[in-house]
Design a protein around this ligand. Structure first.
Ligand SMILES: Cc1cc2nc3c(=O)[nH]c(=O)nc-3n(C[C@H](O)[C@H](O)[C@H](O)COP(=O)(O)OP(=O)(O)OC[C@H]3O[C@@H](n4cnc5c(N)ncnc54)[C@H](O)[C@@H]3O)c2cc1C
Length: 425
């Protein structure tokens, strides 16, 4: 029977860093990856450009996670920082740049595939044994300690130190089909229910086909509950940025930004509305519209709407119709009621009821291994000896912006370090 001092399951972001770190400490490390190549999800991250990390101090980066997640991530974020990860890239000749919003990317022509290539080079340098096309079928334990893993081929590999980094269950074609969660559940590791996060929203009514691909720039998407009479209820979450119409609903940063909060309230219903003028309260918009009609009594009211940068020209008529204001209305003839209806449409254009938040289309999955069952200092499982957990398998889901990869790098690094120390005895 084959054996390895440390076995890492999952050659994604967390697993590669874990294997690398353990091997640099002298451990004999075997990395098992189900797919025929490493880092399949990294390859599609950031639209193929790979937003590798977020700039700022550790405290700033940590603050973007929910409080319990931020507390859990504190030790690993300090142990392996964004700067340290970037140094791993520069050590192999890859420069990065920071966008004004703090997102860090490789300098073109470098992209996601080069990030994976850099990590592969580090794995080679460190002497990690990598096996591709090696899907693990089960994890075996005895007396609450890890003993071996069995591959789908039937092959069994003995190990006393196992790092599970099998990721989440979105984008299953990248290899992440929730395998780790199934093993852990059967081994008595409690899981927090899985939910979509950073996912598009499917709406009812379905948007007209020709809206698909149209973007709204710098708007606020607001998610609300639905009252019994179908009217918009309490605000659940809002997010500012760009929005994209899709053939099933909406996507883009703002949709992803509100998706977790919506998914968490299911089966309660939610609706979403777009605010085209997020910097002005309703009263200000209504006042400005009044001044406009006074200044330009002979001009069509549509001019006012068309001048709003976040409103694509093709939606001017749609918004006027929704506000029940005739498109031919001239400034001098706009009634006070119409003015208020138009201002309120611009401040909260109702896009529809959220029909579905597709977990499999999310950039991450919220839920997973309960943070209470993993030691934040070491990534050791508190349920099974010799087991370490890192990356998206944990109940962590940060916002868009390089936060989720940072969580994978940092928790992976600590898992690898602890496993190597434990293996050295
Ligand atoms: C479309 C998209 C874009 C994204 N963009 C960004 C971005 O720009 N910035 C950012 O910070 N985050 C981004 N993310 C999120 C980020 O990719 C994940 O948070 C991160 O990859 C999680 O790392 P991980 O190592 O835990 O899991 P993964 O990287 O998913 O790796 C898990 C690995 O385990 C393997 N595996 C699973 N089961 C088995 C098994 N039974 N046997 C062997 N191997 C197995 C899988 O094949 C996979 O390679 C994006 C995600 C998606 C889907």
């Amino acid at each position: 029977m084959k054996s390895a001092s440390i076995v890492v399951i999952g050659g994604g972001a967390a697993g590669m860093i874990a294997a690398y770190r353990a091997a640099t400490l002298g451990a004999d490390v075997l990395l098992l990856e189900k797919k025929s190549r490493l880092g399949t999800k990294i390859l599609i991250s950031g639209g193929g450009k790979c937003n590798v990390a977020h700039a700022g101090t550790i405290e700033e980066v940590r603050a973007r996670f929910r409080p319990n997640e931020a507390r859990f991530l504190r030790p690993s974020f300090y142990r392996f920082t964004n700067t340290q990860f970037l140094e791993m890239l520069t050590a192999k000749g890859m420069e990065t740049y920071t966008r004004p919003d703090g997102r860090i990317f490789p300098v073109p022509p470098f992209d996601a595939k080069d990030v994976v290539a850099v990590l592969e080079a580090h794995l080679r340098d460190a002497g990690v044994r990598v096996r591709l096309d090696a899907p693990v079928a089960s994890v075996r334990t005895s007396d609450a300690a890890v003993t071996s893993v069995a591959l789908e081929s039937g092959e069994v590999i003995e190990t006393a130190h196992l790092i599970i980094a099998t990721g989440g269950s979105s984008y299953p074609a990248t290899g992440t089909t929730g395998d780790g969660w199934r093993w852990l559940e059967s081994l008595g590791h409690p899981l927090v229910p899985l939910r979509a996060a950073l996912a598009p929203l499917y709406l009812d009514p379905v948007p007209p086909a020709d809206w698909s691909g149209v973007a709204l720039r710098d708007c606020v998407l607001r998610a609300r509950g639905l009252n019994a009479d179908g009217s918009p209820g309490k605000e659940r979450m809002k997010w500012r940025g760009d929005m994209l119409w899709t053939h099933k609903g909406v996507s883009g940063p703002v949709a992803l930004g509100v998706s977790r909060e919506i998914a968490e309230t299911i089966p309660a219903e939610s609706m979403v509305e777009a605010d085209f003028l997020p910097d002005e309260p309703f009263e200000k918009v209504s006042e400005r519209l009044l001044s406009h009609t006074k200044a330009y009594p002979r001009r069509a009211v549509t001019d006012f709407v068309d001048a709003i940068e976040s409103v694509p020209s093709r939606f001017v008529r749609v918004l006027m119709d929704d506000a029940q204001v005739d498109v031919s209305t001239k400034g001098a003839y706009l009634q006070a009621k119409e003015r208020n209806r138009l201002a309120s449409t611009l401040k909260g254009w109702r896009l529809g009821r959220v029909r579905h938040v597709p977990l499999e289309r999310g950039e991450v999955v919220a839920g997973g291994v309960s943070l209470g069952d993993v030691d934040a200092q070491t990534m050791r499982s508190s349920k099974l000896r010799g087991l370490y957990l890192c990356g998206e398998i944990l109940d962590i889901a940060g916002p868009v912006g390089g936060y989720n990869l940072q969580a994978a790098w940092s928790t992976g690094y600590v898992a690898g370090e602890t496993a190597a120390k434990d293996a050295a005895g």
